[in-house]
Design a protein around this ligand. Sequence first.
Ligand SMILES: CC(C)(COP(=O)(O)OP(=O)(O)OC[C@H]1O[C@@H](n2cnc3c(N)ncnc32)[C@H](O)[C@@H]1OP(=O)(O)O)[C@@H](O)C(=O)NCCC(=O)NCCS
Length: 209
Amino acid sequence: MRKKVIFIGAGGYAKSALDSLDSDVYQLCGFIDNIKPIHSLHLGYPIVADSIENFLPYQDYEYFISIGNNIHRYDKFRKLQDLNCKIISIIDKTALVSIHAEIGIGTFIGKMAIVNSGAKIGNNVIINTRALIEHGCQIQNHCNISTNTTLNGDVLVKDFCFIGSSSVVNGQLHIGQHSVIGAGAVVIKNVEPHTIVAGVPAKFIKENK
Ligand SMILES: CC(C)(COP(=O)(O)OP(=O)(O)OC[C@H]1O[C@@H](n2cnc3c(N)ncnc32)[C@H](O)[C@@H]1OP(=O)(O)O)[C@@H](O)C(=O)NCCC(=O)NCCS
């Protein structure tokens, strides 16, 4: 019998997550979402509640948090953990993940993404379409690595970072927590925590408060 899953968040990212869900193993039963009306349909599945607290049979399901924003995704992650709910990871069938890589819980790895040997991906992380995570990289929790990004070998990305599309981070660099890297950036030196950098080479734009 397939495992019953509820997605939390019925926005755009839910489409990618649903597309990558292994339907031989999991059956999506609906969404929890606080914007769309309860009982309306999203992608053909019902909105079952506006919050996990208002979804009474919550123990009967497993969960995936389909929210792109790191802070909002973290809030839901913490709530599910407080309730002892099982949180699944979704790895697209076309992704190439080394058997020598570690993947945390609640993490998404999208189409044609590559995670190479020795990489450690934390909990509640998004590795989006075609991202390349090279050998020995460490991505901590609640990060979003956007489409087509390249993290070269042994890069450390701390909690809550957002790495914009098609950016490149040179090997061995550290990206401080809560930092943002602009789309298309080439990062050639460490990035301080709580900062936004962009451009080629990437330069400080402003603080990320
Ligand atoms: C870097 C980023 C977060 C900054 O957004 P913001 O805080 O709204 O900043 P602004 O648009 O006000 O831009 C501030 C300055 O940075 C520059 N800038 C912004 N994004 C840039 C980028 N990606 N590359 C180079 N310069 C950039 C702007 O031109 C502006 O320069 P100016 O002050 O000389 O005019 C955003 O532009 C970005 O790149 N986001 C990533 C989007 C993405 O990849 N999404 C992935 C979806 S899967």
